[in-house]
Design a protein around this ligand. Structure first.
Ligand code: HEC
Ligand code: HEC
Length: 279
């Protein structure tokens, strides 16, 4: 079954406007820059170029506005599109096609893929802002979601339905809850949309200096050139990046980025259905 949901892009931007900082990928990604766990903002110029590519290659099956046609499904509600950031998910499908279902492979440049991705994200955003009443995304099986939460998903290691996630479904609408599960908010991502809630957990870093001294604190910023933290006394400290200055970033949300590659669409549906029972 192909399904999925309209994501509230306003919420996406509010929640994930800062960088995903991981030890693996922190090169060039300071807080404030787009990173792997972030949703891209829509670039209207790229989206317009993407629309041309879409009309020429895809509209025949998926409809001129991407909402589906006789030969291809609605891409606005596609979870693949929802998970995509800059074309990495859409690009895989386009390059391979889905021959078994009648979608041919396409040879497009990386730039064209990114533009297509921008066009599709723009369509999702337009649809979301027009839908006063969001479509029902609670379509999973809550019992299966609970089993996944306690078992395979490993969620129990960090969360409890009677602890931090107690009544979580009364705090957030289903689509926000899904979004927070897929992309937990990062510190500095702007005022929380749910004012009055606790702020996102900070990212800790440990900096090891050439002499072996280790300084631990809350990450303030990191990029190719500098790293800065606030230490336990609240003092701001920063260093120029160099091979001698080792930085270990401990983002408490790291497990969630890994989950993006692990859970299936069905797992996500089931988890959302389960989380919705936590009223
Ligand atoms: C000949 C018809 C056809 C063309 C042309 C076509 N598609 Fe598809 N596409 C399909 C079919 C059929 C599926 C699988 C079932 C479905 O999602 O409707 C599919 C699935 C997809 C999916 C996965 C949706 C999901 O959530 O499972 C994406 C993404 C997609 N197409 C993007 C594109 C893009 C981008 C183009 C143009 C470069 C394109 N398609 C061109 C027929 C087509
Ligand atoms: C290694 C620890 C870890 C694991 C495993 C983990 N999470 Fe999280 N999760 C977090 C952290 C950290 C946050 C961000 C919380 C914060 O900033 O206060 C978070 C946020 C969330 C949120 C948003 C809560 C809110 O109030 O905004 C949901 C929902 C959630 N996780 C569900 C899950 C589910 C479902 C799983 C399993 C599939 C899971 N988590 C696995 C650490 C984890």
């Amino acid at each position: 079954m192909r399904w999925s949901q309209v994501i509230s892009w306003a919420a996406v931007f509010a929640l994930t406007a800062t960088a995903a900082v991981t030890t693996r990928a922190n090169a060039g990604q300071g807080i404030g820059a787009p990173g792997p766990a972030d949703k891209p903002t829509v670039d209207p110029v790229k989206a317009a170029a993407g629309k041309n590519t879409f009309v020429q290659n895809c509209a025949f099956c998926h409809g001129l506005d991407a909402s589906g046609g006789e030969r291809g499904g609605d891409l606005i509600r596609s979870l693949i599109v929802a998970r995509d950031r800059k074309g990495e998910e859409i690009g895989k499908i386009v390059a391979a096609g889905i021959p078994a279902k009648g979608m041919p492979p396409f040879t497009l440049t990386p730039a064209q893929i990114e533009e297509l991705s921008q066009f599709l994200h723009q369509r999702v955003a337009e649809k979301a802002s027009r839908n006063a009443k969001p479509i029902n995304i609670v379509v999973g099986d809550a019992a299966a979601g609970e089993a996944y939460f306690n078992g395979e998903g490993g969620c129990r290691a960090c969360h409890s339905p009677t602890g931090d996630l107690a009544h979580v479904a009364t705090r957030f609408a289903p689509q926000d809850l899904q979004l927070r599960m897929l992309f937990p908010p990062r510190p500095g991502a702007g005022p929380p949309i749910d004012s009055g809630q606790r702020g996102p957990a900070p990212t800790q870093i440990t900096v090891t200096l050439p002499g072996g001294e280790q300084v631990r604190g809350v990450l303030v910023r990191i990029d190719d050139f500098a790293v800065a933290l606030k230490d336990a006394n609240g003092s701001y400290r920063s260093w120029t990046r160099s091979p001698d200055v080792k930085v270990d970033v401990q983002d408490p949300r790291a497990a969630h980025y890994a989950l993006l590659d692990k859970y299936t669409d069905r797992d996500i549906q089931n988890l959302v259905a389960y989380l919705e029972t936590l009223k």
